[in-house]
Design a protein around this ligand. Structure first.
Ligand SMILES: [Zn+2]
Length: 267
């Protein structure tokens, strides 16, 4: 029996270009190309617990930024039989708009975030343009409000959140970017947006600390070293091809957006 089911929900998409996605892409001396960039959040359920990793962008900020919403994240969860009010823990990999845009719709969840991430985005440099452009002030205010209400659980370097769920703070993309190892999969979120970042050692264009980003690549590689451990890149359209398993019995229109990453039975 498998105690935990891990699903990826592809809730949004856009067409990106390599020049817009990789840091200093011109240095590689390659022609630019466009490619599909997907937006996911992740659901871990079983053993009497429902844990979400990130919660997607809000439709308005997504639309304003040219991202298509494929399915509303809360509606997708409802289709999966998960009531947003019943989510026990919401792990925030980092505080960018496409990861915390629906935070306010999970009123009862304990929010788990790296202490460095929270302190940065509630601190004096959060509003500086090169860092702030990937955030929404109202969403950061919602996060700060959750902090004021004592709803946050902080991660310093790493945390065993529950049996089979390990969180590791790597930084790099943001000051407190986290990755999660959940059973046999590593949810890299934006420590690795695209498989190519790791395969070709190419940092993403949005970066708070470049040495930390390279170090994060090494941490993720190490986490994937165990036999049978698979990497789930945070924005890669190839996730659907690498993980061909689907979930039976979902409502029409949702089934095509849900990818089973591990676990066939719920304990
Ligand atoms: Zn992202």
């Amino acid at each position: 029996m498998i105690a935990q089911e891990v699903l990826a929900v592809r809730y949004g998409t856009r067409i990106a270009t390599k020049a817009d996605s990789y840091l200093n892409f011109h240095l590689y001396g390659e022609p630019d190309e466009s490619f599909e960039m997907d937006y996911y959040f992740w659901l871990v359920r079983g053993a009497g617990r429902t844990v979400l990793v990130d919660c997607g962008f809000g439709e308005e900020p997504g639309t304003r930024r040219g991202r298509a919403t494929l399915v509303d994240p809360v509606a997708a969860l409802a289709g999966l039989g998960v009531d947003a009010a019943a989510v026990d823990q919401l792990v925030v990999s980092h505080a960018h708009y496409d990861h915390i845009g629906n935070l306010h719709r999970f009123p009862n969840a304990e929010i788990v975030i790296a202490r460095r991430e929270y302190e940065f985005w509630t601190g004096p440099y959060a509003g500086r343009f090169q860092l702030a452009h990937a955030t929404e002030p109202a969403e950061l205010a919602c996060l700060a409000d959750a902090g004021a209400r004592g709803r946050l659980r902080f991660v310093d370097d790493s945390l065993d959140l529950a049996p089979g769920i390990e969180l590791v703070v790597v930084g790099g993309h943001t000051p407190g970017q986290m990755v999660a190892k959940v059973g046999p999969v590593v949810l890299a979120a934006d420590a690795v947006h695209f498989y190519e970042e790791l395969e070709r050692d190419r940092p993403f264009v949005v970066v708070a600390d470049l040495p930390d980003m390279y170090r994060g690549f090494d941490v993720v590689r190490e986490m994937c070293e165990d036999a049978g451990t698979a990497l789930v890149a945070g924005h890669d359209a190839d996730v659907r091809r690498r993980f061909p398993d689907r979930v039976d019995g979902l409502p029409d229109g949702l089934d095509e957006h849900v990818v089973r990453l591990s676990g066939k039975e719920i304990a």
